[in-house]
Design a protein around this ligand. Structure first.
Ligand SMILES: [Zn+2]
Length: 261
């Protein structure tokens, strides 16, 4: 038996629990005997994570849900193996994540980034159930609200539990956001809406899928939103921009015969 390290009441995070970096954040939420996992990470850490959970005296048969916040390989590669070890748990995620997992889309999930010689295994899987905005995940006497928060990916979900928001790859403690990439289904206007929704909410703590949980700070969210707003009008993220004012200026200059000075 090992002691449970609760980072918030009813919340354990497996990197903190293991006191070492395993990969993405793996949140174990529990109420009484019932528990669930938000993301599972890479396949090679699944056995270690589940063994730690067993040693914390959680009955493996009481795992209610295995949640995919989205279908990126670093969050879900281990989902199939986790389901094999926890067969009674229901695998859940957004319909778009479900499609990517079923089809084994290696590009959108980042299993394959040929320019960087990244090519890793992506086990295909049919989620037991799709969930979306407005759904609730019941856990003991508690319930997590499902938020659809697209931007980094189309299928990104966040989960609210009381004053906590498991905010996936929407924002991290340093104000960075999940990467923006057209081939990954990123959408900057949607990202801004998701961040604005988080800003407007009365949640107090953000529990991201990478790095440490942190207190929601509206000044930080404002500066992150302003940065993404800038990206909408810059070439930096290519076709993810909504416009590029320089090209309008140039069009005007060539039409007026203005030459480079
Ligand atoms: Zn991620």
């Amino acid at each position: 038996m090992i002691d449970r390290t609760e980072i918030f009441p009813n919340v354990i995070e497996m990197n903190y629990q293991a006191r070492k970096r395993l990969g993405c954040c793996v949140y174990l939420v529990f109420d009484g005997p019932d528990w669930m996992l938000i993301d599972i990470g890479y396949e090679d850490t699944v056995a270690e994570i589940i063994e730690l959970i067993r040693q914390m005296d959680f009955a493996l048969a009481n795992c209610k849900y295995l949640v995919a916040t989205h279908a990126d390989v670093d969050h879900i590669q281990g989902l199939k193996k986790a389901k094999e070890l926890l067969p009674q748990a229901e695998t859940v995620g957004h319909p778009e994540s479900s499609r990517l997992l079923k089809e084994g889309d290696r590009i959108v999930t980042y299993a394959e980034i040929s320019a960087q010689d990244i090519s890793i295994d992506l086990p295909t899987l049919s989620l037991d159930r799709t969930i979306n905005e407005g759904d609730k995940l019941a856990l003991g006497s508690k319930s997590l609200d499902v938020w659809h928060t697209p931007g980094h990916t189309e299928g990104m979900l966040s989960f609210r539990l009381d004053n906590l928001l498991f905010c996936a790859d929407n924002i991290y403690r340093d104000g960075c956001v999940g990467n923006i990439d057209a081939h990954h289904g990123s959408d900057i206007p949607a990202f801004i809406e998701s961040l604005t929704r988080i800003r407007e909410s009365d949640v107090e703590w953000l529990l991201p899928s990478h790095g440490p949980p942190f207190r929601k700070d509206n000044a930080q969210l404002d500066s992150t939103i302003a940065r993404l707003d800038g990206y909408q009008h810059m070439a930096d993220f290519g076709t993810c921009a909504v416009d590029w004012p320089l090209l309008d200026e140039w069009e005007d200059e060539v039409a007026r015969g203005v030459l480079p000075k």
